[in-house]
Write a protein that binds this ligand. Structure first.
Ligand SMILES: Cc1cc2nc3c(=O)[nH]c(=O)nc-3n(C[C@H](O)[C@H](O)[C@H](O)COP(=O)(O)OP(=O)(O)OC[C@H]3O[C@@H](n4cnc5c(N)ncnc54)[C@H](O)[C@@H]3O)c2cc1C
Ligand code: FES
Length: 284
């Protein structure tokens, strides 16, 4: 059992949990993820290791409530336990001293970009970070991102905090002004954001790494659920990723596969909400 030792609520739908998982914390690296299962009847979902503390034996997960399992997870409190935490999974980010790099985090993607920006800064890179969210309410870790960045641009879609822009706008300006200097771009966020980041950097021929958040089931390369197409090859995000060259990803395929179980996901959420309401009514 894996105990939740800390919970923070960033906004109604984005929450942080620090979980005791010494075997994961002892070897976790930037870019890796875990697959968690809340209880014996629960499904397994992948979440990125947003931070880890080797001494305390804990990992930090930041998640957005989008469906049944993430909403259920959001109801847990400090002292509650998770049945399983498998990891660290996936290949770590390739951290080297590249020179000047740009790290982009969109929405809940700010959490997974943080350890990558921190590792790149520690390796001696000049780190320009861009973080963005729909509104001020959905922004978090601005201070943490500032602490690991040489420059930080903060954007919101509606201008309620920082600059009123999508993350691709400051990115385009940076590339136009100092394209030669930028050696690599990392982007984590909604698939549509990563697609447009890759489209923005493509004409400048700047290697662009994206972390794909496909649907996953087994996390071992066997079920095929996280299959993606990269130009002429097929890869599995759980064992070959989660990071890929954003210029090679078939984005239409990624976006289409993300919604293939929408009806089943809707039904699962509906059933869970009904059961939760029934339990609350009986308990009341
Ligand atoms: C390697 C990896 C790392 C991830 N890290 C994080 C993380 O750190 N924090 C976090 O909040 N989420 C992360 N995700 C996404 C997370 O796993 C899903 O949001 C979660 O599985 C949804 O489960 P659910 O039962 O709550 O929702 P579901 O009922 O499965 O889905 C509800 C809605 O969300 C959409 N959805 C489902 N899965 C995804 C997805 N992977 N990406 C975008 N939309 C999706 C569905 O199309 C549907 O509309 C990661 C995914 C991967 C593959
Ligand atoms: S999750 Fe099953 S193959 Fe990747």
């Amino acid at each position: 059992m894996y105990k939740i030792v800390k919970k923070e609520i960033f906004c109604e739908s984005i929450k942080l949990m620090e979980v005791q998982a010494p075997h994961v914390a002892s070897s976790a690296k930037a870019g890796q993820f875990v697959i968690i299962q809340i209880d014996e009847k629960g499904e397994r979902i992948p979440l990125t290791i947003a931070d880890y503390d080797r001494e305390r034996g804990t990992i930090t997960l930041v998640f957005q409530e989008v469906g049944k399992t993430t909403m259920y997870l959001g109801t847990l409190e400090v002292g509650d336990t998770l049945l399983a935490v498998a990891g660290p999974l996936g290949h770590p980010s390739e951290i080297e001293n590249y020179g000047t790099i740009v790290c982009i985090g969109g929405g809940v993607g700010i959490a997974p970009i943080f350890p990558i920006a921190r590792a790149l800064k520690k390796a001696g890179n000049y780190v320009i970070s861009i973080i963005g969210a729909r509104t001020k309410e959905f922004l978090f870790w601005e201070d943490r991102m500032r602490s690991v960045s040489d420059e930080l641009v903060v954007c919101t879609d509606d201008g309620s905090h920082g600059r009123k822009a999508l993350v691709t706008e400051p990115l385009r300006e940076i590339l136009e002004e100092r394209g030669e200097e930028i050696k690599r771009v990392w982007a984590i966020g909604p698939a549509i954001m990563m697609k447009f980041v890759a489209k923005t950097t493509e004409p400048f021929d700047i290697p662009t790494i994206v972390s794909l958040n496909t649907i996953m089931v087994d996390g071992t390369g066997m079920c095929g659920c996280c299959r993606i197409e990269l130009q002429d090859e097929v890869k599995f995000v759980c064992v070959d990723g989660p990071e890929f060259d954003g210029h090679k990803v078939d984005w239409d395929n990624v976006l289409a596969r993300l919604v293939i179980y929408r009806e089943q996901e809707r039904l699962a959420l509906e059933r869970w909400l009904e059961q939760t309401q029934r339990k609350t009514a009986v308990g009341a």
